[in-house]
Ligand binder design. Sequence first.
Ligand code: 1HN
Length: 373
Amino acid sequence: MTRHDQYNENVAGRANVEDTPELLAYYDDLKKKGAAALWTVANKIEPWEPRSQSVPMIWRYKDLREDVLRSVDLVTPEKAGRRVIYLDNPGRSDVAAAVGWIYAGLQVMHPGERASAHRHSASAIRFIMEGTGAYTVVDGHKMTLGANDFVLTPNGTWHEHAVASDGSPCIWQDGLDIPLVNALEANFYEVHPDLAQAVTHPVDDMTRTWGNAGLRPGTGAWSKGYSPMFKYEWAPTYEALSGLAETDGSPYDGILMHYMNPVTSGHVMGTLGASMQMLRPGERTRAHRHTGSFLYQVCKGSGHSVINGRRFDWTERDIFCVPSWAWHEHANASATEDACLFCLNDLPVMEKLGLYREEAFGDNGGHQPVHKP
Ligand code: 1HN
C-alpha cells in the first residue's frame, strides 16, 4: 500500500467504509442490477495524482534490429498488411500501447516492396531510422524520405509506403494515436479502392510550399486540422536546433523545438505532437514531471535518462518512454558532441482538454536519487 492509499483511507471526505456481511450482500444485489456503490471504487478512480499504468522502459535497437529484419523472411507486406514489430509496454499490453495512449512500432521494407494504400481515423507519424529510397504518399503528395526525417499521415488521409527498387532495406518508427482513438470508440479503417494512389502533385511539394523559414505561401489556403507540411526534414531541423543552442535553453529540456503546423504555429496534428531536443556537449538537465505520454527516439549521440529514479542508458536509435507524471531528466554522455532526441507525445490532447500540468523536482539540486537496479 502506498503512502497515498493509506492517506486516502484515513482522510475526511475520502471513502472509508468497512465491509460487513450486510454491505457485501448489498453489493451483490447491486451487481445483479448492473450497478455498484461509488464508495467501493472512489479512491481508485479519483487518485490524488495521475498513476500511469505504463512502465518506464527502453527498447534497445541493438537488441531489436535483427528481429525486425528477420520478419522480412517470415512474412510479406501483402500478407501481413504491414510488416511491423510493435513496442509492447507490459503495463499497456491490453491496448497495444508503447506508453499511455500512444502506439509505436518498427516497420521494415525492402527495395521494390510497397504496402497498399489505406486510411483510418487514427493519426500517424513516421520517423526514418535507416535505409535509402523510402517514400510515402499522402493524399496524392509523394514524399521522399531519409534518416531522421519526420512524416505525417494525419487522420483520414490516404497513405501508402514503399521503397524504390534502387534503394536499400529501410526501417522506420511508426507512431499512432490508435489506443486513444479506440478508447474513444471512433476508429474507422478503409482500403483504397485501387490499392495504390496516383501521385497528383510534384514530389515533396508540401515541404517546399510550407517549410520556408518565416515565409507563408501567397497562394494556397489551408484550413484542415493538421499541418499541411507533411514532411519535416532532418537537415533544417538540426540547423534550427544548432542555432538555438547558443541561447540558454531550458534547465529541464535543454534545447527543445516543437514540430509546428506553419498555419497555426500549433502542434502538427490534433492528437499527436512531436519535438526534437538537443542536449549540448556535457549537458545534464534538471528533473521535472508533467502530464502526457512521451516516446523518445535517440537520433544522435548517447547518454542516459533517469525516469522515476531508474537510470536508462541510451545510444543512437534506442527508444524509451516517459509515462505521464513520471519524474525525468536527461544527460548527454559526451563532452564534445551533442545528442538529439526525437519525441512523440500527446501534448495536443493534454493542452486542448486543459489537463496539462508540470512540476519541478525541488530537492537534491533538481536531480532524482537513482535506485540501484
Ligand atoms: C498503419 O496504417 C501503418 O500505414 C503502420 O504503415 C502501423 C499500426 C496500426 C494501425 C495502422 C502504416 C499501423 C497502422
